[in-house]
Every structure is written in C-alpha cells, then in structure tokens.
Design a protein around this ligand. Structure first.
Ligand SMILES: Cc1cc2nc3c(=O)[nH]c(=O)nc-3n(C[C@H](O)[C@H](O)[C@H](O)COP(=O)(O)OP(=O)(O)OC[C@H]3O[C@@H](n4cnc5c(N)ncnc54)[C@H](O)[C@@H]3O)c2cc1C
Length: 382
C-alpha cells in the first residue's frame, strides 16, 4: 500500500504548513488563553480555500481527497488544536450533510458560503439526555403550515455561535411519540430564526478557542425546503457524516501527538540534569521512542481509513479503529511529554501544557472511545 501524496496534495500540505507556522502558531495561543474562537484565522483559511476542503469545486470547494485532508490536518493541528478542531468540524460534520444529502438549491444557498469560507458550519446532534445514544434525542419536528415546527434543546454544539456561523443542521424526531417507530429528519435552522437562541460559550479544559454552546429551539418554524435529504433517514445521514468526522479526529490526534513529541524531544535535548542532557537517560529515550513508534502505527491506520473513503470503499471499521488508536495515543503521549518537561510542563506558560489540556476531548468527541469499541466489535460479529 502506498499513501504517497499526489502533486495537489503536496501543494496543499505546503500551503497549510506555511499558514500554520506563520499565522496560526503566532496568533491562536492568545485566543486559547482568552477563550475566544479566532474567526479571523478561520476567515483567512477560507480565503485560501481550506474551508471547502472536501466539497467539489462546483459548490465552491477545492475537492480535495480525504488523504489530502488528513495530511493538511497534520500541519494545521501541529500549530493549534482549537483552530484545527473548529476547522475539521466545519469541513466534515458541518458541511458534509448538506453536500451529501441536500438538493442543489440547498447546496447553492447554504453549502456554497461554507465551502467558500464565508460562513462556518455546525452539526447539532447531542442533547442533554442523549449523547452516545443518538436515537434517544427528544428534539421534535412536527409538520405545520407547509413546514416544520421544531422544539427542543441541543448541547455541546461547535461552531454555531461565532460571528461567522450560519446556523445549524440539526437532527430531530419526526415520529408521533411513544409506541411509534422512531423517525428522524435533518433540518437547517439559520441564525436569526424566531425562537432559535443559544447559551454562552462553554468553558472546556481544552480546545478553549472552539466555540461550543447549548442551542434552544422554542417553536422554531422553518419552511419545507429546510429539510435536508429524506424525511425519515436523518439519523443514518448524520451517522454517515460522523464516520468521516472520526477520520478527522484521528488526524487531529496525529497532529497533537507529533506536536508533543517534537516539543518533548527538543526539551530533552536542551535540559541538563546530573551533568548531561536528559535525552541521554534511557528512561526518557524510551518514552520518546515509544511515542514515535505508536504514532507511525496510528498514522497508517488513519491514512488507510482515508484512502478507503477516497476509493469509495466501506471505511466504518477502519475509521473507528483509527479514531480509537490515535486519540488514546494522543492522551498518553501528551501526558508523557508533560512528564519529560517536569514542572515546567505543568505550567500553561509552556505550549506542551496547552496541548495536554487539548488532548482529553479527542477520546470523547464524534463518538466516545467506548462507542468506537462497540462499532469495531459489531464488525467482528459480536
Ligand atoms: C468540545 C466538544 C465539542 C462537541 N461538539 C459537538 C458538535 O458539534 N455536535 C454534536 O452533536 N455534539 C458535539 N459534542 C458532543 C459529543 O459528541 C458527545 O459529548 C459524545 O458523543 C458523548 O456523549 P455524552 O457527552 O452525552 O456522553 P454519554 O453518552 O452520556 O456517555 C457517558 C459515558 O458513558 C459511556 N457510554 C455510553 N454508552 C455506552 C455504551 N453503550 N457502552 C459503553 N459505554 C457507554 C461513554 O463512552 C462515556 O464514557 C461535542 C462534545 C465536546 C466535549
């Protein structure tokens, strides 16, 4: 198997490396400290075409391969995880449902501004009483006056509350309630729609630059042309978008692991104790060698899942395996990297501490690692 990058993929990586090192690395840490989503950076990424990564040119995107997206993520996430998190949520779950299941008028109206980088996309699945159990959502959409009346509440929704956000593509129940077969639909609710409101930006232990909020829908009415895809197949549409999201979280995890490996290696080479650099101690060398080895293994799983998607082949199991392996690695590697920095690693004045805080959510978002275990076990026939 050969995952060598094509010419356009290499050009993209070069562009992302330059932007990440020059702009993101210098400006994003302040946004993280202030708990502010740096939409100025996201707009600039939009101008470079990066917000329409997986969307064809016909709809304003750059039609990049999934492998190219993963390679680009390795550069963006190296500089800052919050920007990378907002970017990947927009590129995958924020935009793909509209592209994959929307009709042309919807793509023109909502997808094109997202792909051209003029707006930020959000995906509303999780609710206070339904996270892993997506079928348990309570937000309801009822047929009313030639459209849909939506009532309910979503939580932990990323990218819906910034000055660049267009609104949200949400999942709602459409069945008549208890005793009836569960049915779900995807609907677009634009910012400014009567009855649609949101809470303040939530305060995570990491990804502090990512805008994540509760969303409230009180008698929100949208016309019928806001229904995305089949009125009964909304859940499978959403779960399909999440499969790509898992490759994306795996890629984000690779970038975090590479970042902390680089930081820990550089620090170990320059920090001396007992008269020599700590990189000369085997206990430190083994940690670095282990991280580097595991990173290579996680990289192969992630690129393979991306490659399968590009080939039009099933990638459910591979995406879950990549997400499981890479996110676990990121959490462990970040902890080891802090350990190598000693007390300095614990201080937010040191970048490795920021990446440590950013790591944990990788095991939770886009399906917890326990859910990835279930998906993988199911493919084994369990
Ligand atoms: C920063 C951030 C951003 C997010 N952005 C979005 C977004 O943009 N859109 C969106 O819709 N959601 C978003 N989420 C929500 C995220 O997808 C959920 O948090 C995640 O799916 C888990 O759901 P939960 O938090 O309700 O946990 P729960 O489902 O309540 O799980 C709690 C614990 O129980 C375990 N568990 C649950 N069921 C099982 C089972 N069957 N077997 C074994 N263990 C189980 C879980 O693994 C977990 O450890 C975001 C979350 C975070 C933290």
């Amino acid at each position: 198997m050969d995952f060598s990058l094509t010419g356009p993929e290499q050009d993209l990586v070069g562009l992302c490396r330059q932007f990440a090192q020059k702009e993101i690395a210098s400006r994003a840490p302040a946004a993280w400290e202030e708990g502010r989503c740096p939409t100025d950076l996201l707009r600039e990424m939009g101008q470079l075409g990066l917000l329409g990564m997986l969307i064809p040119e016909q709809w304003g995107g750059i039609g990049m391969s999934t492998v190219g997206f993963v390679a680009a993520m390795e550069q963006i996430g190296l500089a800052d995880q919050s920007v990378a998190a907002a970017w990947q949520a927009h590129v995958t779950i924020g935009s793909l449902p509209l592209y994959l299941f929307g009709h042309d008028a919807q793509r023109e109206r909502w997808l094109r501004p997202l792909a051209e980088g003029r707006a930020l996309g959000a995906f509303g699945l999780t609710e206070p009483d339904a996270g892993s159990d997506a079928r348990g959502i309570r937000t309801r959409a009822e047929r009313r006056d030639g459209g849909w009346l939506i009532n309910g509440r979503k939580t932990f929704i990323s990218n819906a509350g910034t000055d660049m956000s267009f609104g949200v593509t949400l999942l709602a129940r459409t069945d008549g309630g208890e005793g009836q077969k569960a049915r779900f639909a995807s609907l677009v609710v634009e910012k400014g729609t009567a009855g649609f409101s949101m809470g303040p930006k939530m305060r995570g232990i990491g990804w502090r630059g990512l805008d994540t909020r509760e969303l409230y829908f009180d008698d929100v009415w949208v016309p019928d042309d806001h229904l995305v895809g089949d009125a009964d197949l909304g859940l499978s549409q959403f779960l399909g978008a999440l499969e790509v999201g898992r490759i994306s979280i795996a890629a984000l995890s690779l970038s975090l692991t590479q970042a902390v490996l680089d930081m820990a290696t550089a620090y170990a080479r320059q920090r001396s104790q007992f008269g020599q650099p700590i990189s000369k101690f085997q206990a430190v060398q083994f940690k670095l060698a282990d991280i580097a080895t595991e990173l290579e293994a996680a990289r192969w799983l992630t690129y393979r899942a991306a490659h399968l998607r590009d080939m039009g082949q099933p990638f459910l199991k591979e995406a879950s395996m990549a997400k499981l392996k890479a996110s676990r690695l990121a959490v462990w590697a970040a902890s080891e990297a802090v350990q190598i920095h000693g007390g300095l690693g614990y201080m937010l004045e040191t970048p490795v501490a920021r990446f440590y805080c950013d790591a944990k959510v990788l095991e939770i978002g886009e399906g917890t690692n326990e859910i990835q275990h279930l998906v993988i076990a199911r493919t084994l026939g369990c």
